[in-house]
Design a protein around this ligand. Structure first.
Ligand code: MLT
Length: 264
């Protein structure tokens, strides 16, 4: 099994994903939000490029219940139901619902990942489960870091590195590209002290300065979820580890999802 990490979206246009598995990573905050949405029992997340497309697609989905979610510059898009915070995802707000999601970097990476034969969503919060998913695919793996407006993003590289490290530990003959090896070193360095990312990551500092520290608490944690949302045919659905959503069971689900790792 060969593992490559695309450290910036600048690599995406030349990346051939046919015959491969892909994991998409946007720790702050798009993929962390998607994991949280499935922990809270959402039905589907549909990634779209922009706000206008989200509004159009929501009309086409009627009468299915659909929420518009997303951000630009880290702030909720005007008129949308949800922003891009994992804390927006409670069983009451998203349980059983479809979400149309558009974010600055994360959804573009999701759309690219959907070109792979098998694709799924990874964050620090589900990194162990995402490693198990990737190993079970038995294919070469591309990890796509959403980055920051085309550039490098430290927290995504750290998460990609923890994925690479998990795969090397699980698959004796796994080989890493140089970029995957570099990410692995960052994963090992920061994995034991994720809190340092609050200070060292530019986007973490941006979010902290805008009173989004609670989002950092939520996103910069390891393995609080066992869910691996999978991407197929333009939509993300609950993958392995997800609980099915029983209609009208909000209280039970709330109790469960409030406790870290409850879905494992
Ligand atoms: C993105 O997709 O660009 C990020 O998730 C932005 C954010 O944290 O709001």
């Amino acid at each position: 099994m060969r593992v490559h990490v695309a450290l910036t979206p600048g690599e995406f246009p030349d990346l051939a994903l046919g015959g491969r598995a892909a994991l998409v990573v946007d720790v702050l905050r798009a993929t962390s939000m998607v994991v949280a949405a499935f922990d809270a029992g959402c039905a589907r997340v549909i990634p779209v490029a922009g706000a206008a497309e989200a509004r159009e697609r929501s009309l086409a989905l009627l009468p299915e219940p659909v929420l518009l979610a997303g951000e630009r510059g880290g702030e909720r898009i005007e008129g949308f139901d949800l922003g891009n915070s994992p804390l927006d995802c409670t069983p009451e707000s998203v349980g059983g619902r479809n979400i149309l999601l558009t974010t600055t970097n994360g959804t573009a990476a999701m759309l690219k990942a959907s070109q792979a034969d098998a694709a799924a969503v990874a964050a620090l919060t589900n990194v162990g489960a995402a490693v198990r998913w990737a190993v079970s695919m038995g294919r070469d793996l591309m990890v796509l870091c959403a980055g920051d407006r085309g550039g490098f993003s430290l927290e995504d590289a750290v998460c990609a590195g923890l994925l690479a490290e998990g795969i090397v530990r699980a698959v004796a003959r796994a080989t890493l590209s140089d970029a995957a090896q570099a990410a692995r070193c960052l994963g090992i360095l920061y994995g034991a002290r994720l809190d340092r990312l609050r200070r060292d990551s530019g986007w973490a500092r941006h979010l902290e300065a805008r009173a989004r520290g609670a989002d950092l608490d939520c996103c910069l944690r390891l393995d609080t979820s066992g869910v691996v949302p999978v991407l197929a045919n333009g939509a993300i659905t609950a993958g392995p580890g997800a609980l099915t959503w029983p209609a009208g069971a909000a209280d039970t689900r709330w109790g469960r999802s409030a406790s870290p790792g409850a879905n494992r």
